[in-house]
Design a protein around this ligand. Structure first.
Ligand code: SF4
Length: 369
């Protein structure tokens, strides 16, 4: 039934909101009850979600796929089954176990947040979006997702998947990121407004629909429970949404990294807490800057953790971050005694796989052979 008295939000000026109807959430929830994904952090139907699990999974899922997160989630839960246990862990261990998930500021904030919840909030996560947003590492989206899924708050949850579904349902023609506002306003028109409307399940159903049915390429509209409500499906231009700027070419940064050993030990750097891969172990390197050539010998020798003889390898390790590609060559040297280098620490080569090296550095390891 269409809501004839619906008051259109300003952000939806110019868009038809005939879809603002409870039919959408009912159709979606019926589908979810049949097709929901079974994920390790999800409560079984009819059971209450555990806020710790919901929070942990939502932090891991920021910028990381469900497939990758599953194994990390299970590992974290085994190591630290409660928020109190996580709060008591040394930060270094949390970073180490996080290695490979990327975006390491998330791990530092995860740990900080666990300490705030345990130390200041008696081990209980706040239930409101505002209360959650005040915690380290929790932004608008994550606060809404936790409030809805863990506490049944009718919050408007819009992640990348939901953004795609909603922009297609309503044919939102604004270009991202400006489109975020009308997309959220449109999402609000279909989100259940009462706890009894199962807002947490609604959010998870939208996520599942975006992940498995309303996919970026070739959405499976014939299997979609919302096809009858979907404007893009009516017009047949689903893949046009969400409208994005044409992709810009990522710049390439080039650097020399240093493989310095002494007696079956290697020198690693503990990176500064702030910035890319903050607080993580890595190889000492020249600065990662955009350039067409690798640094010349005079230049990189100055940045080396030891002034002596180095052999520079020809092979290049490549890694792609969100905003740039990185190409690295490895300079190799051995020293007769351990040096003390600021922010440096020595580890046995045999333990290198266990120190939690980020992927970018793991890709450099074969270059040393
Ligand atoms: S009908 Fe197609 S485009 Fe529309 S929401 Fe469903 S899968 Fe997405």
């Amino acid at each position: 039934m269409h809501d004839a008295t619906y008051n259109k939000p300003a952000a939806l000026k110019g868009y038809s909101v005939k879809n603002a109807t409870t039919d959408i959430s009912n159709d979606l929830l019926d589908w979810y009850d049949r097709e929901r994904r079974s994920l390790p952090w999800r409560a079984e139907p009819g059971q209450r979600a555990d806020p710790y699990r919901v929070w942990l999974s939502e932090i891991m899922l920021q910028q990381t796929t469900v497939a990758t997160v599953k194994a990390y989630f299970v590992k974290f839960l085994k190591l630290w089954p409660t928020v109190e246990a996580l709060a008591q862990a040394p930060q270094e261990q949390v970073l180490k176990e996080w290695a490979g998930l990327g975006y390491y500021a998330r791990a530092r904030n995860l740990h900080k947040c666990a300490r705030v919840v345990t130390g200041e909030l008696g081990g209980q996560f706040p239930q409101s979006e505002d209360g959650l947003r005040a915690l380290p590492g929790i932004g608008d989206y994550t606060a809404a997702a936790i409030a809805a899924i863990a506490f049944g708050v009718p919050a408007v949850v819009v992640d990348g998947n939901i953004e795609r579904v909603v922009s297609r349902l309503f044919r939102i023609n604004d270009m991202l990121p400006q489109a975020k506002k009308p997309i959220k306003a449109a999402a609000a028109t279909i989100t259940p407004t009462e706890r009894s409307g199962r807002p947490g399940d609604f959010a998870q159903a939208m996520m599942d629909l975006g992940a498995g049915v309303c996919t970026p390429r070739k959405p499976k509209c014939s299997q979609c429970p919302l096809a009858a409500h979907c404007k893009a499906a009516t017009f047949g231009d689903m893949e046009r949404y969400p409208v994005r700027k044409p992709k810009t070419v990522k710049p390439t940064r080039r650097a020399i990294s240093f493989w310095l050993t002494h007696n079956s030990h290697i020198l690693l750097e503990r990176r500064a807490d702030k910035g890319l891969l903050g607080g993580m172990p890595g190889l000492f390197s020249t600065p990662w800057v955009e350039r067409t050539e690798f640094p010349g010998a005079g230049e990189w020798a100055d940045a080396a953790p030891h002034q002596g003889e180095w052999r520079l390898g020809e092979t290049i390790a490549k890694h792609t971050f969100t905003h740039f590609h990185l190409e690295t060559r490895l300079a190799v040297a051995a020293v007769p005694a351990r040096l003390n280098v600021e922010n440096g620490f020595w580890v046995p080569l045999a333990d290198l796989a266990d120190v939690g090296l980020p992927t970018v550095f793991k890709k450099m390891l074969p270059l040393a052979r």
